[in-house]
Design a protein around this ligand. Structure first.
Ligand SMILES: [Zn+2]
Ligand SMILES: [Zn+2]
Length: 237
C-alpha cells in the first residue's frame, strides 16, 4: 500500500498549505481519504479523477471535506459516479455532499466493509462531531488513520499492531487544557507506542505553529522513527 499526503494542515491552511487529505493506493485501487481545502489540485498531480474507486470522509468538518464540493463538477463532466462513505451526522452536512447524483452515498456505521480487495473497518473516535477512524487492510498490511479525535484509548484499540498509523497531532502540550478535541504530538507518539504501531506519521498541523515546535515535544517519545506528513510525499507500507 502507498499513502500520498494531499494536505496536512487544519483547521485552516498556511500560506502554501492544504488541509487534510490523503490518497491510498494498492494495486489498481485508489481511495481518497478526506478531501479538505486545496487537496484537489494536489490529487491531480498524482492521480486522475477517473481512476478514483471510492472516497471516505472521516467527519464533516470543512477542513476535511471542502474540495468535495468542487470535485463534484469534475465527476459530473466526466459522467462518473463514485461511492462516498461519510458519517450521516450532522445530517445537514451529509445531505449537502450529494450533487446531481455523482456520488453513491454510504452513511458510515461502525464495523467492516470491503472496497475492492481491501477490508475497511470504521470505529467511532470521539471528536466535536461524529468522526470515524479507519483501518484498511490488504492480505499483508494494516493502515490506520484517525481523522480528528481526542480519544487516546480508542485509537490505541483501532491501531493495534498497525504497519502504519497516520495520526492527527494538531496540538502542542500547552493546548491540551483548552478542550479542543484533538491530540497533541506527544500524545500521538505515546499512542504509537501503546498500539504497537510499526510506523507513525503525524499530521493536521496548526499553520500558526512552526513544525520545530512540534518536533521539540516528540523527541525520542515514539519507539521508532517519528515522521511528519509532508504534502505530496508518498509513504509505503
Ligand atoms: Zn480537522
Ligand atoms: Zn475536525
Amino acid at each position: 500500500m502507498k499513502i500520498t499526503v494531499l494536505g496536512n494542515n487544519g483547521p485552516y491552511p498556511g500560506p502554501k498549505g492544504t488541509c487534510s487529505g490523503y490518497l491510498l493506493q494498492d494495486n489498481d485501487v485508489n481511495i481518497i481519504i478526506d478531501f479538505g481545502n486545496g487537496t484537489m489540485s494536489k490529487l491531480l498531480q498524482v492521480c486522475s479523477v477517473s481512476d478514483i474507486n471510492a472516497i471516505i470522509l472521516t467527519h464533516l468538518h470543512p477542513d476535511h471535506i471542502s474540495d468535495i464540493f468542487i470535485l463534484r463538477y469534475a465527476l459530473k463532466r466526466r459522467g462518473i459516479k463514485i461511492p462516498l462513505y461519510a458519517p450521516s451526522s450532522p445530517a445537514e452536512e451529509f445531505n449537502r455532499l450529494q450533487y446531481e447524483d455523482v456520488f453513491e452515498m454510504h452513511p458510515i456505521v461502525e464495523g467492516k466493509i470491503a472496497i475492492e480487495h481491501l477490508t475497511v473497518e470504521f470505529k467511532k473516535l470521539k471528536h466535536i462531531i461524529d468522526n470515524f477512524g479507519i483501518s484498511i487492510k490488504n492480505a499483508r498490511k494494516k493502515f490506520v488513520y484517525t481523522g480528528d479525535t481526542s480519544c487516546e484509548d480508542c485509537v490505541v484499540e483501532l491501531a493495534d499492531k498497525a504497519d502504519l498509523l497516520l495520526i492527527e497531532a494538531a496540538l502542542l502540550d500547552k493546548d491540551l487544557k483548552k478542550g479542543l478535541s484533538h491530540l497533541s504530538a506527544r500524545q500521538a507518539c505515546e499512542i504509537g507506542n501503546r498500539s504497537g504501531a510499526r510506523q507513525i506519521i503525524l499530521t493536521h498541523f496548526n499553520p500558526d505553529y512552526d513544525l520545530t515546535e512540534y518536533l521539540s515535544e516528540v523527541d525520542n517519545v515514539f519507539n521508532g522513527i517519528t515522521q511528519f506528513a509532508e504534502s505530496l510525499k508518498s509513504y509505503y507500507i
